[in-house]
Design a protein around this ligand. Structure first.
Ligand SMILES: Nc1ncnc2c1ncn2[C@@H]1O[C@H](COP(=O)(O)OP(=O)(O)OP(=O)(O)O)[C@@H](O)[C@H]1O
Ligand SMILES: [Mg+2]
Length: 355
């Protein structure tokens, strides 16, 4: 068990999100987009939580709310049990040191005229970290070592365009580390990177999480990288979490028909069952968040929907079995480890073992 695992085992959550919502008024106020529609989750120290779902389900908005780049319409955000939903300018400055974000496009998030040493030094200057330039440059060189851009001197004077996509994402990661954060929100950090370098970057982030005990929220539409990189997975659909659990539970024993569909879309057919998918196909595309279906929001696409599903909203997340059959308690008292928001999950769980 490494340091991060030990921390995860008995600790209290570092970050908690409670019934968080974000609405956008569009079309001159005539329509409301429910981008994030009442989500709750905890993040443990040293844990990697994946937020997974199709385009438009609210992943980035959730990340921005956690980063405080957007204000929630309602709900609460707690850091180490302290309510940090609303912060004064000094509180916000401290927040920016605790919580950092890695963006999808590292190139767009860097000033192309800066050298890498300036890119890395900028947050230190803003936050008055390091008394002298020399001290700050030492921190910059150290973080470049963390992201395996060595020797640091070889990279410090380059400009972003002189780096490969993977190297730029390493610099972008290094920039989040200079302020010694507790939480990093990584929004699709590998989706714009060459396929061959993706695993390398995820491996690097895993190493950082292990060595420094930093917690990650890993945002992705790709459930297969979530399996490789996360400890727990929260599956989002139209602004809500529909299933959450350890990555083993969610991927090996998916309970929500939507999770099952996401897994089917990426999984290799089993040997001897060429081309046979494990679960029933879902229909159509994700509806607009400005027009959330009545009843269970997933019912128009759900192959298992019955009359009740069209009439009543999906239930709150409830214990959903998984490998622990009934769900054991999560560290930090978040309740049952594997939870699902589908009134029919017990009837459709037969899909779990098709042999
Ligand atoms: N500033 C905004 N104004 C209006 N609607 C917005 C705004 N930002 C996001 N939305 C809408 O909120 C919903 C959720 O968007 P979000 O960007 O969080 O999704 P996402 O899961 O990150 O998608 P993707 O995988 O494409 O990045 C979408 O319907 C989007 O169009
Ligand atoms: Mg996004």
């Amino acid at each position: 068990m490494n340091e991060a695992d030990r921390t995860k085992a008995g600790a209290a959550p570092i970050l908690e999100v409670k019934d968080l919502r974000k609405e956008f008024r569009v079309h001159r106020g005539k329509a409301v987009v429910h981008a994030v529609d009442g989500i709750s989750f905890s993040l443990m120290p040293g844990e990697i939580l994946g937020l997974v779902g199709e385009s438009g389900c609210g992943k980035t908005t959730t990340g921005k709310l956690v980063m405080k780049l957007a204000k929630p319409s309602s709900g609460r955000i707690l850091f180490e049990n302290e309510d940090c939903t609303t912060l004064d300018p000094e509180g916000l400055r401290l927040w920016r040191r605790r919580v950092q974000m890695i963006f999808q496009d590292p190139y767009a998030s860097m000033n192309p005229h800066y050298r890498i040493r300036d890119v890395l030094e900028e947050p230190l200057l803003v936050h008055h970290v390091g008394r002298t330039r020399k001290e700050r440059q030492e921190i910059c060189a150290e973080v470049l070592e963390h992201v395996k851009l060595t020797p640091a001197e070889e990279y410090l004077d380059r400009h972003p365009h002189m780096l490969s996509g993977g190297q730029r994402q390493r610099v972008s990661t290094a920039r989040t580390l200079v302020l010694n954060p507790k939480v990093i929100v990584a929004d699709e950090p590998v989706s714009m990177i060459d396929l061959s370098t993706r695993a390398e970057i995820l491996h690097l982030l895993r190493g950082i999480q292990k060595d420094l005990g930093i917690s990650f929220i890993y945002i992705t539409h790709d459930i297969s990288t979530a399996r490789y990189f996360t400890d727990r997975i929260a599956v989002m659909y139209l602004g809500r979490i529909v299933e959450i659990g350890s990555q083993d539970d969610v991927i090996d024993h998916p309970r929500h028909p939507y999770t099952q569909a996401l897994i089917d879309a990426v999984c290799e057919p089993e040997p001897g069952r060429v081309g046979v998918k494990r679960f029933l196909r879902i229909k159509g595309e994700i509806p607009s968040a400005a027009d959330v279906p009545k009843g269970c929001r997933f019912h128009p696409r759900c192959p298992y929907a019955i009359g009740t599903c069209a009439l009543f909203p999906e239930p709150e997340l409830e214990a959903g079995g998984g490998s622990a059959a009934g769900g054991s308690s999560a560290a930090g008292g978040e309740g049952p480890r594997h939870r699902v928001a589908c009134r029919r999950w017990q009837e459709i769980r037969v899909a779990d073992s098709p042999k």
